[in-house]
Write a protein that binds this ligand. Structure first.
Ligand code: DGN
Length: 258
């Protein structure tokens, strides 16, 4: 059975990329809600309704587990959804939180994400509930998503926007920064230039693939497959669905997936 992965659009492909790398024998069914993107400025009720609809769709594909690749959906809808379904479900927020907690030395952590994710306070709350010594600085960076979709991940203008967004977060002497939105790992090298060598960037997409691997092992749900090492990206079978603008989706997928 495949793993179901969903996102508000194309951004969740950064999670698929990590799943392909780290769980190459697994099959994936991906749903990108390109008709209704962005989720990043929508209410909890709306994101919850959309997420429920997508999960119903993924269930028709007989998925054995679901990955909520979208940070906004993970932050706004996961707590409700996980009580409603019988298959294992994992979001991107908790794996990112655990890694940030392991990474920080000075207990000062920054989180960048969509407006709705920052306003949900979930990253901030989870980080602090694990360790009350932690101080968290959240910053919504809504312009990053369209810049990444435009392909401007290395441009001067993106660098300047990033400096402007991150200025006050960096002033707080953080040593760890969570890239709390699906698109941000695609501008990692630019972000690294802005934050400098003293700040570690945490990629929840990668951490989610590690957490999913462990979850599947614990539940004995891994696909043994016929995993051939030298063909590692060709073993799993991948199916992609988008609710609109499939060509645009495919073009973006070509730039993200191996
Ligand atoms: N996928 C969304 C997220 O990770 O929060 C970003 C895109 C969006 O819906 N704004």
């Amino acid at each position: 059975a495949p793993i179901g992965v969903f996102d508000s659009g194309v951004g969740g492909l950064t999670v698929v990329r990590e799943l392909m790398r780290n769980l190459p024998q697994e099959n994936i069914v991906y749903f990108g809600d390109t008709a209704r993107v962005p989720y990043g400025n929508k209410s909890k009720e709306t994101v919850l309704r959309y997420s429920r609809q997508i999960i119903r769709f993924l269930e028709t594909k007989d998925v054995k587990a679901i990955v909520v690749a979208c940070n906004t959906a993970s932050a706004l809808a996961m707590d409700t959804i996980e009580k409603e379904i019988n298959i294992p479900i994992i979001g991107v927020v908790i794996p990112g939180v655990h890694t940030a907690l392991r990474t920080t030395r000075n207990n000062r952590i920054g989180v960048i994400a969509t407006d709705s994710t920052i306003k949900s306070n979930l990253y901030q709350t989870l980080l602090r509930s694990n360790n009350s010594e932690i101080t968290v600085f959240g910053k919504a960076c809504p312009l990053f998503v369209p810049l990444v979709e435009e392909g401007w991940t290395k441009d001067r203008i993106t660098y300047e926007i990033a400096c402007r967004y991150l200025d006050d977060v960096l002033d707080k002497d953080i040593d760890t920064l969570i890239m709390g939105c699906t698109h941000y790992p695609l501008m990692r090298s630019l972000l690294k230039k802005v934050v400098g060598d003293d700040v570690t960037l945490v990629n929840p997409a990668y951490e989610t693939s590690v957490a999913l691997k462990k979850l599947l092992e614990d539940l004995n749900l891994q696909n043994p497959g016929d995993f051939v090492k030298e063909k590692k990206f060709q073993c799993g079978r991948y199916r992609f669905f988008a609710s609109d603008a499939v060509e645009r989706f495919n073009t973006f997928a070509d730039t993200v997936l191996p």
